[in-house]
Design a protein around this ligand. Structure first.
Ligand code: GUN
Length: 290
C-alpha cells in the first residue's frame, strides 16, 4: 500500500508555479493577480481565504482581499463582481462561499466572468468541462486528477466509482474521469443515496473516489483488493485533544481499508492540500491568457 502525499505534492506544484512566475516577471510581465471577496466573518471562510492569500505569496502572485460586512446587499456585491470583471489588473477572482442568506449565491456565481472564474463554478466553465473544452476546473476535482497524474496511476479502461453526485466534486470528477485524456479514459459509475447495491458497486471499483461527506462510510468489505482509494471527506468531528477542538474525518474507514489498497489518500494530508494548488494553477492560466 502506498500513501498518496497531498501535502508534498501540493508543495511541489506551488514550487513549480513560483518558478514559472519568476520567469514571467523576468520577461517583463506582471505577476498573476488573484482577488478574493470575503463577506462576513465565518470562521471556516476566514481560514480558507487566509490560506489562499498565503499560497499567493508562496507562488509569487499579487493578491487582493476585498472584505465586506454581512450587511452588504446583493446589488452591492454584484457591483463589486462587475468591477472585478472589468478590472484589467485582476487576472482571476473568487467569491468565498457561503454567502449570507439574503444573497442568491447562484446569481453571484453566474455574474463572475467565466474567463476570470478561477473557482470554475460558473456554468460556462462547468459546461465547457463536460464537453472537453479548455476551462477552469474547480479545485477538488482538479486536485484529484493531479494526484492520479503525479502518482502515475493507470486510469485508462479502469472502473472508477464515484461515491457522491455533488456539483462541486462528484459530477465534475466523474466528467473528468470519463474524458478521453490521461488521467481519464475510465469507465465511470456514479453512486448516490438512492443507489441500489451500493456496496457491491463500490467493491467492483479499481478506483474509488469517496465524496459523500459521511465519516468512515467506506468499510473494508466495500473495497476490492488492490484498489486505489481517493478520500474526499473532510467532516469536522469534536476532539478535545486538538487545539482547534475538532479533527477531520474522511469518508473512508482508513485503518481497515488502507491494507487492501494499492494507493490511498489520508485525511488530512491527501486531497485537502491540493485544492488551493488548483486555484493557483487556474490563476496562472488566467494570467497567461491575458
Ligand atoms: N467555500 C468552500 N470551498 C470553496 C471554494 O473552493 N471556493 C469558494 N469560493 N468558496 C468555497
Amino acid at each position: 500500500m502506498q500513501l498518496i502525499d497531498g501535502k508534498a505534492t501540493a508543495a511541489a506544484i506551488k514550487q513549480e508555479i513560483a518558478e514559472e512566475v519568476k520567469t514571467m516577471v523576468a520577461n517583463g510581465e506582471r505577476a498573476p493577480h488573484l482577488a478574493a471577496i470575503l463577506v462576513g466573518h465565518d470562521g471556516g471562510s476566514e481560514t480558507y481565504v487566509a490560506a489562499k492569500v498565503k499560497a499567493c505569496e508562496e507562488c509569487g502572485f499579487t493578491s487582493t482581499l476585498l472584505r465586506f460586512e454581512d450587511s452588504i446587499t446583493e446589488e452591492e456585491l454584484l457591483a463589486q463582481v462587475d468591477a472585478l470583471n472589468k478590472n484589467p489588473e485582476i487576472d482571476g477572482f473568487i467569491v468565498q462561499l457561503p454567502l449570507p442568506k439574503h444573497i442568491d449565491s447562484q446569481k453571484v456565481i453566474e455574474a463572475v466572468d467565466y474567463r476570470k472564474d478561477v473557482d470554475g463554478f460558473n456554468p460556462v466553465n462547468v459546461g465547457r468541462l463536460s464537453i472537453g473544452l479548455p476551462c477552469f476546473v474547480s479545485a477538488t476535482p482538479s486536485g484529484i486528477m493531479d494526484l492520479l497524474d503525479r502518482y502515475h496511476i493507470e486510469t485508462k479502461g479502469k472502473h472508477c466509482v464515484v461515491l457522491g453526485r455533488s456539483n462541486i466534486v462528484g459530477k465534475p470528477v466523474a466528467m473528468l474521469m470519463m474524458q478521453k485524456t490521461n488521467p481519464g479514459n475510465a469507465t465511470v459509475t456514479v453512486c448516490h443515496s438512492a443507489s441500489e447495491n451500493l456496496n457491491e458497486i463500490c467493491a467492483s471499483a479499481d478506483i474509488l473516489i469517496a465524496a459523500i461527506g459521511q465519516p468512515e462510510f467506506v468499510k473494508a468489505d466495500m473495497v476490492k483488493e488492490g484498489a486505489v482509494v481517493i478520500d474526499v471527506g473532510t467532516t469536522r468531528v469534536p476532539d478535545a485533544t486538538k487545539k482547534s477542538g475538532f479533527k477531520l474525518k474522511g469518508d473512508v474507514k482508513f485503518d481497515e481499508v488502507a491494507p487492501k489498497c494499492s494507493f490511498i489518500t489520508p485525511v488530512p494530508g491527501g486531497v485537502g492540500p491540493m485544492t488551493i494548488c488548483s486555484l493557483m494553477k487556474n490563476t496562472l492560466l488566467a494570467a497567461k491568457r491575458r
